[in-house]
Design a protein around this ligand. Structure first.
Ligand code: HEM
Length: 456
């Protein structure tokens, strides 16, 4: 029996009664899709093949000698939590539509991928999401990327070693087009943060019974069926048991200095003082820096980073409709749009991203987010989020404005902000805050099943 991707019950992957098809699915699935893999240190390699046989042999070698399965990863996490040994590094692989062609799959074959966004590739989809023209992207992304190789670990050394080994095996006909280095950042509480200083990666669709079991679920149910991230791998020996996932990769540069100036100016414009000034940035993100949801509290604080909430009963006077987390997950509807976000921050900084240092001390470029997310459908998840929600100033409420963090396109309407938390008083209409996140390039990939890769 094929694995039922639409089953609403979270997967009890460790259960002794797990059926053989699901076991086969997990043994042939890449890690980091159903559950985030540690990738504090991350190397991202962009490769072009140019020779069918050599490209296939290389991928087969990577898959058989360097990659573990989702089930192995889950076992490692379980063993580590039980105080036993540390896990092994993550190696993940994605192939672009051009990559499949270069590996010898015909045009007709590539049509077996149901997702039109994947079949087009990122360069042909810039209009939909208001991306900058391809000529403005960094050079590596302007080129035809065939595959992305992700190498991640808690430590830098195993990543460096694996990177050398993998590049050493790259066939002469192939090219390393470029690479990115991700490096996790944490605040003093130990939470992962992005460059604007906010806790990131907290809200995720969860697929596994053990992960779902740890979450309170009074208001928001974090459990999602596997179909949210998995599709049958069309070229695998048995697509009913061998699955893959669509991976969106975007290099998003953050102008931290400009964002901090915007936070300061907004706090001034609303007359906020003391700890209340924190609310300015929180209105843009939808959470305070420490992760506290703005719809729940007017001030940060409270210990754990809460995710059991909705925006029900919040008419925008607590968390504006434009706030990043409200735009990208309104929670009371559009549940199936959410993606499994697996990005990592990039770029070196000499300042501490979480402290109160003035904007002048912040980087204005060269740092940002290597945005990555797994999707069951790029069309209905990533592209929809960016196009119909983040870039749409009228989403949910007319005239609410673009997503101030990631919205792209002309920000040419005037917007208002609540003057006091939960009160009807609004600020005078003002220009939307400037765009501080710039897309520098990217690509859509498919992360195939290990069964496909081992059989190349
Ligand atoms: C959540 C920042 C890009 C979609 C968040 C959070 C932060 C953040 C601070 C709150 C943490 C959490 O709830 O887990 C950023 C920054 C970005 C960026 C700085 C760019 C540099 C994107 C992009 C998308 C996206 C490109 C999709 C188009 C989401 C989603 C959530 C989220 C879906 C979770 C919302 C929820 O479920 O409550 N982001 N993000 N983000 N972001 Fe982003």
């Amino acid at each position: 029996m094929p694995v039922d991707l639409n089953n609403e019950r979270p997967l009890a992957w460790d259960s002794a009664t797990l059926d053989a098809d699901t076991v086969a699915m997990l043994d042939n699935l890449q890690p980091n899709i159903l559950r985030a893999h540690v990738r504090e240190h991350l190397s991202v390699l962009f490769v072009r093949f140019n020779d069918v046989a050599a490209g296939r042999a290389f991928l087969r070698w990577v898959a058989t000698t360097k990659m573990k399965s989702a089930r192995e990863h889950l076992r490692e996490v379980r063993d580590f939590a039980a105080g036993r040994r540390r896990g092994t590094p993550y190696v993940g692989l994605g192939i672009s539509k051009a990559g499949y062609r270069d590996l010898g799959h015909s045009v007709q074959d590539v049509r077996k991928f149901g997702d039109p966004v994947f079949r087009d590739g990122m360069k042909r989809r810039i209009a939909e999401v208001n991306d900058p023209p391809v000529e403005a992207w960094e050079r590596v992304y302007q080129r035809e990327i065939h595959a992305v190789i992700l190498i991640g670990d808690a430590e830098a050394e195993p990543v460096a070693r694996l990177r050398e080994e993998i590049l050493g095996e790259l066939p002469e006909s192939a090219r390393l087009l470029g690479e990115e280095r991700g490096q996790g950042m944490r605040n003093p509480a130990g939470e992962g943060i992005e460059h604007f200083g906010y806790v990131d990666g907290r809200s995720q669709p969860l697929f596994l019974a053990d992960e779902v079991g740890r979450e309170p679920k009074e208001h928001w149910d974090p459990a999602f069926p596997l179909s949210n991230v998995l599709v049958p791998d069309p070229f695998a020996p048995d697509p009913s048991r061998h699955h893959g996932s669509y991976l969106v990769f975007r290099k998003l540069e953050q102008n931290v200095r400009a964002f901090k100036e915007i936070e300061r100016d907004l706090a001034d414009a609303l007359g906020l003082s003391g700890v209340d000034r924190e609310r300015a940035g929180a209105m843009l993100v939808g959470r305070f820096k420490d992760g506290t949801p703005l719809t729940l509290k007017p001030k940060p604080g409270g210990g754990t980073v809460v995710n059991d909430f909705t925006f029900d009963g919040d008419d925008g006077s607590k968390c504006p409709f434009s706030g990043h987390v409200r735009k990208t997950n309104p929670r009371s509807f559009g549940r199936n749009v959410i993606m499994a976000r697996r990005g990592q921050t990039y770029g070196e900084r000499t300042d501490d991203p979480w402290d109160d240092s003035p904007p002048e001390n912040r980087p204005s470029g060269e740092v940002g987010l290597l945005f990555m997310a797994f999707n069951g459908s790029l069309l209905d998840q990533f592209q929809f989020t960016q196009q119909s929600w983040a870039d749409n100033p009228d989403f949910e409420v007319e005239g609410t404005g673009h997503d101030p963090v990631i919205g792209q396109g002309n920000r040419d309407i005037k917007v208002t902000f609540p003057k006091a938390w939960g009160k009807p008083d609004k600020s005078a209409p003002q220009a939307q805050v400037a765009q501080t996140v710039t897309m520098k390039g990217g690509e859509y990939f498919f992360a195939p099943s290990l069964a496909y890769l081992r059989n190349l």
